[in-house]
Design a protein around this ligand. Structure first.
Ligand code: DP6
Length: 360
């Protein structure tokens, strides 16, 4: 089964209909998994081996604007991913300051940039071969260096904008399924708040979508601790596949996830911060343990990552309830409650703090 077949299933009679307007815009928050998605049962459809649970980062995310253009190619203006030296002109145009940016100020990524390719392949799922093309403005307001999932919010914002453009009037569940085809974690970014992505077990993935949990936790804070803005040496997509294929520890991962998901849901409904923090941290460490035991071994740790971890563990020993989670990058995301905000800001002067429920 191909992505195109899923799009056809979800859109039904609306498949390959023409846009009903010439412009649409949408925002989607990025999300941080407290119980990670690591491993696919189907790579084409981004179907996961386990369920996962995340929290969306309120106003931090991506805004997408789509305009039908009169060209015979797409033009993508984008402020991520960071431009690599030597990248040449082509379809994907990066715009650090689009509002004032004259074309001369714009930097252009090559058409064979993997990111441009991914986006264009995604758009191709929704249009007939030689129909309309788009000008797309994709802008994130998350620190690019933080290794936050820009593709998660990027694809979620994109599918929401397409939903307006074509007036499909899809349910959040259907949008989540379509966002997943872009990037697995994007399935969770169509919601704000605590979100569970159900793994599902159907071959077509029609039961693999995210759902919003009803709980809110206004005191919950997340702090971004950036130790490196270097590009990762291996993408999460490749790393998770290599882990599934070669790590002897991977066989215990699904069991760990089951346990962690139950604990997290309990922590969220009881607003038990210690349980939440401990579970999220253990889950992240376990995910990284599966990578360490892959062949060849994968690690996203930098020396500074370990220094930070030790600092956090020491602070906990001294009685400060702070925990962390880590994704496929060297940076850490600190978890704590609002009452610790002042002390945390003093202890980590460069931290960027986000309150996931501040705008709900
Ligand atoms: C470590 O969603 O980026 O952030 O489905 O291949 O696009 P693809 O992978 P992606 O992987 C995210 C991995 C993670 C954990 C998580 O967000 O759950």
């Amino acid at each position: 089964m191909k992505k195109q077949d899923v799009v056809q299933l979800v859109l039904g009679k609306q498949y390959q209909k023409n846009p009903v307007c010439s412009f649409a815009k949408s925002f989607a928050p990025t999300n941080i998994a407290l119980c990670k998605y690591w491993g696919k049962r189907n790579q084409e459809l981004n179907l996961p081996i386990t369920s996962s649970l995340s929290v969306s980062l309120a106003h931090k995310g991506a805004t997408t604007e789509i305009k039908v253009n009169d060209k015979d190619y797409d033009v993508i203006y984008c402020n991520f991913p960071p431009l690599k030296k030597g990248d040449k002109r082509g379809i994907l145009i990066r715009h650090p300051e689009r509002s004032e940016g004259s074309p001369a100020q714009q930097e252009i990524l090559s058409a064979d940039s993997p990111f441009a390719k991914k986006l264009i392949e995604y758009l191709n799922l929704f249009r007939t071969k030689d129909s309309h093309f788009f000008d797309i403005y994709l802008e994130t307001n998350i620190p690019i260096a933080a290794g936050l999932a820009s593709s998660a919010c990027g694809f979620a914002a994109m599918i929401q904008a397409l939903n307006h453009l074509y007036d499909w009037q899809l349910s959040p569940q259907a949008l989540s399924i379509l966002a997943r085809l872009g990037s697995g974690s994007a399935s969770r970014s169509v919601f704000s708040g605590f979100v569970e992505w159900h793994m599902g077990d159907k071959i077509d993935g029609m039961d693999s979508y995210a759902e919003l949990l009803p709980d809110v936790w206004p005191e919950l804070c997340m702090g971004l601790l950036i130790v490196s803005d270097q590009e990762k040496t291996i993408s999460s997509r490749e790393a998770m596949q290599l882990t599934v294929e070669t790590s002897s520890l991977y066989s215990v991962w699904p069991k760990q996830v089951k346990k962690d998901l139950a604990a997290l849901k309990q922590a969220i409904s009881a607003q038990d911060f210690i349980l939440l923090g401990q579970t999220a941290e253990t889950n992240a460490m376990s995910m990284h343990a599966t990578m360490l035991s892959a062949c060849p071994s994968i690690t996203y740790y930098l020396p500074e990552t370990l220094v930070l971890m030790k600092k956090i563990w020491q602070l906990r020993k001294e009685g400060l309830p702070v925990y962390f989670t880590q994704d496929a990058g060297a940076n850490l995301k600190l978890l704590f409650e609002e009452k610790q905000l002042k002390i945390v800001s003093e202890l980590f002067p460069k931290i960027e703090i986000i309150k996931p429920f501040s705008s709900l």
